[in-house]
Design a protein around this ligand. Structure first.
Ligand code: PEP
Ligand code: MG
Length: 323
């Protein structure tokens, strides 16, 4: 089977009835690029920049960041690279920021919330990204967006940094697509409004599931509630994809669910445009999608959305796949 998959490294990901989707990789450092290429990644769907900030005792400089971003952009040779701005907090701590302990870190001062408050940290990262943008196909994505206001504020800061770099004579790419992670239910529900202002969505199911089900993603005792196939999740995913398409935008997914064998048929049916996963899952997913009919998966998704429980959804998908 692995040998069969290996033949798909340079192939496109097209369903039996001709629908092309993009299979991208999640990475944490520039060193991950070899694995992405070996596994035929069509782009980077999520570059988690936290690792630049972790395992050290001070913030990375603009120059250090610039070098890392440039390396990834050049390494991907013009293929799309979605860089997520700093998503610290929750399960990822930065001791040197000396933030007060919180009762509910996953509901607390993290990611874009921290960046909008500690603006120098955010602006430094944005400058590094903007300067690196001329070395490839950069898209920027903000994590943990809960309100349109947050998005507008983050976008305004990005524009300010862009203007000031350009005034200083620095080169910056003409157009950089700007998107958000959809990982908070309020944003999934309000996707129609967001879709008018963002260039793309990337659904972060790892957090979207935890927040929708009110089940800590790290807590074993409530893991039975962590249900990717719950129709509530599928309905939110559908809402986001449909809203983006109505505005001529696109939706990807970079949570674990995007690489899941039972989820992929549903996501294809719901119209997901881009699937971002660990590099080692890409060839398996490509092989799977090439053997699925988009039209049949649309029918499957439609049925799944009307079911009552995750178990029923799983059963339906398994039955459909075994036909
Ligand atoms: C997610 O929440 O689905 C996601 C991709 O981000 P992270 O796992 O880094 O929180
Ligand atoms: Mg997340």
């Amino acid at each position: 089977q692995k040998a069969e998959w290996a033949k798909l490294v340079d192939e496109k990901t097209v369903s039996l009835d001709g629908k092309h989707v993009e299979l991208a990789a999640n990475i944490g450092t520039p060193d991950d690029l070899d694995g992405v290429k070996a596994n035929g990644g069509e782009g980077i769907g999520l570059y988690r920049t936290e690792f630049l900030y972790m395992g050290r005792d001070q913030l990375p400089t603009e120059e250090e960041q610039f070098e890392a971003y440039k390396k990834v952009l050049e390494g991907m040779d013009g293929k799309p690279v979605i860089v997520r701005t700093l998503d610290i907090g929750g399960d990822k701590e930065l001791p040197y920021l000396e933030l007060p302990e919180e009762l509910n870190p996953f509901l607390g001062f993290r990611a874009i919330r921290l960046c909008l408050e500690e603006q120098e940290i955010f602006r430094t990262q944005l400058r590094a990204l903007l300067r690196a943008s001329i070395y490839g196909n950069l898209k920027i994505m903000f994590p943990m967006i809960a309100t349109l206001q947050e998005f507008r504020q983050a976008k305004a800061i990005l524009e300010e940094e862009k203007d000031s770099l350009m005034k200083a004579g620095e080169k910056v790419a003409d157009h950089i697509e700007l998107g958000i992670m959809v990982e908070i239910p309020s944003t999934a529900v309000m996707a129609d409004q967001f879709a008018k202002e963002v260039d793309f969505f990337s659904i972060g199911t790892n957090d979207l599931i935890q927040y929708t089900m009110a089940a800590d993603r790290m807590n074993e005792r409530v893991s039975y509630l962590y249900q990717p196939y719950n129709p509530a999740i599928l309905r939110l995913v559908k809402n986001v994809i449909d809203a983006s398409h109505r505005e001529g935008k696109w939706t990807g997914m970079c949570g674990e669910m995007a690489g899941d064998e039972l989820a992929i048929p549903l996501l294809l049916g719901l119209g997901l445009d881009e699937f971002s996963m660990s590099a080692t899952s890409i060839l398996r997913a490509r092989s799977q999608i090439r053997n699925l009919s988009k039209l049949e998966m649309e029918k499957l998704a439609e049925k799944a959305l009307e079911l009552g429980t995750a178990e029923e959804v799983v059963q339906l998908v398994k039955e459909t796949l075994s036909e």
